[in-house]
Ligand binder design. Structure first.
Ligand code: NAD
Length: 368
């Protein structure tokens, strides 16, 4: 995780905020949901931004909207509530687990392999097991020492591959430095690859006309949030920040599969703000606190913040708090929809893992 600390409180936002032009209107968007859109930035390049087509579209929407929908209260972007959606998904999974068990006697099973004793990995694994229990999925585990060999890990994977009670296998990443991640991940049966990291699943995700058996959980969670909030992806311009194998790259492939026009921004991209400012949908997975400022966003953009970055906070008992890649304070005044950190994408990852495990059990037992 690259968590460069830029500005824990978006502290330069005070300067930006002074340039805000209030447009205090609550707008009725075409999907009949209320889109709150208040302000537009007017730093040196923003006059053109303020007159951009998206803003004119919003102004048109004001005049076309029901006047009763207009208000002069201070408004901000709609919050995409990942906690709420993940709870809904877990409830749906739990109900389907019961239906599967009652019809076939099959209980979905998830095996988690943990190598080493990283505290963060132990916490993730514990949380995954708890979440499985809560929805009726059976957990299996293998906890191996830091200095074990690749072959030992592969032996455990092979056992889980053969075990008919196991429908999903997850190898907690990162693996110790001496291990070849690709060799280990390739050992997982593609039919049980609920993390979606097997090169064959990623390859299928990248190809036109092919579908992977599983899609990686975090990017799948991002797209699920867009779907559940009825946010159209088709024909939209999307920018994904970050190109990691586990988040950025699959997120871009998923958006493209959903017929968005996708640009990827990464650490070697020149003038990222100019590119991001053209996007209707921004997914940020850079691992850099407060990287995306309000003036990097097109007014009305939908912002999905995957980043989880610790920043110093003397007021927190832990001495730090978690923030996203997006300067929330600024972005929420420009975007139409935004995910908070925490409580946005984070809770979706485990929900998608449970959903993938259920999907696997149903597919293996040919249960519709
Ligand atoms: P990574 O370090 O593997 O990849 C980061 C990517 O961001 C790289 O491709 C890099 O090129 C790009 N990047 C780095 N600095 C940049 C910059 N200044 N401008 C543009 N691009 C830049 O990280 P990852 O594993 O993909 O995770 C990214 C973030 O998402 C982290 O904060 C991580 O904690 C978080 N994360 C959250 C979840 C979740 O469940 N919400 C899951 C996985 C990762």
């Amino acid at each position: 995780m690259a968590s460069t600390l830029l500005s824990p409180d978006c502290s330069t936002s005070a300067t930006t905020a002074r340039h805000l032009i209030p447009l205090t209107r609550k707008l009725l968007c075409p999907t009949t949901r209320l889109v709150s859109f208040e302000r537009c930035l007017s730093s040196p390049w923003t006059p053109s931004l303020c007159l951009s087509s998206s803003v004119s579209k919003y102004r048109t929407a004001v005049s076309a909207a029901d006047p009763s929908s207009m208000t002069t209260t201070d408004t901000t972007a709609n919050i995409i509530d990942g906690k709420l959606i993940s709870k809904q998904i877990k409830d749906e999974v739990a109900a389907e687990v019961v239906r599967l068990r009652e019809a076939t006697g099959v209980v979905p099973g998830l095996a988690v392999i943990l190598v080493g004793s990283r505290k963060d990995s132990q916490t993730y694994v514990r949380n995954k097991k708890k979440a499985c229990e809560a929805v009726g999925i059976k957990s299996f585990d293998a906890n191996l020492p830091e200095d074990c060999t690749e072959d030992e890990v592969l032996r455990h994977i092979e056992e889980f591959n053969k075990n008919p009670e196991v429908h999903g296998i997850l190898v907690q990443l990162p693996l110790p430095m001496h291990m070849n991640e690709e060799r280990i991940l390739t050992g997982v049966s593609i039919e049980k690859d609920v993390d979606g990291f097997h090169p064959l699943n990623i390859g299928r995700l990248a190809m036109q006309g092919r579908d992977p058996l599983f899609v990686p959980c975090t990017p799948k969670g991002c797209i699920e949030l867009l779907h559940r909030y009825n946010i159209d992806i088709k024909e939209k311009r999307a920018v994904v920040i970050g190109r990691s194998n586990i988040v950025g790259m699959p997120a871009a492939l998923l958006l493209q599969k959903a017929n968005a026009t996708v640009t990827m921004v990464h650490s070697k991209t020149m003038s990222p703000g100019e590119i991001i400012r053209q996007a209707d949908i921004v997914i940020s997975a850079a691992g850099v606190a407060n990287l995306v400022r309000g003036n990097w966003l097109k007014p009305g953009a939908v912002v999905i913040d995957v980043g989880i970055n610790p920043v110093d906070d003397a007021n927190s008992p832990r001495g730090y708090r978690l923030v996203g890649d997006v300067c929330y304070e600024e972005a929420s005044k420009v975007a139409s929809y935004i995910t908070p950190v925490p409580g946005g994408v984070g809770p979706m990852t485990i929900a998608m893992l449970l959903s993938n495990t259920l999907l696997s059990a149903k597919r293996i037992h040919n249960f519709k």
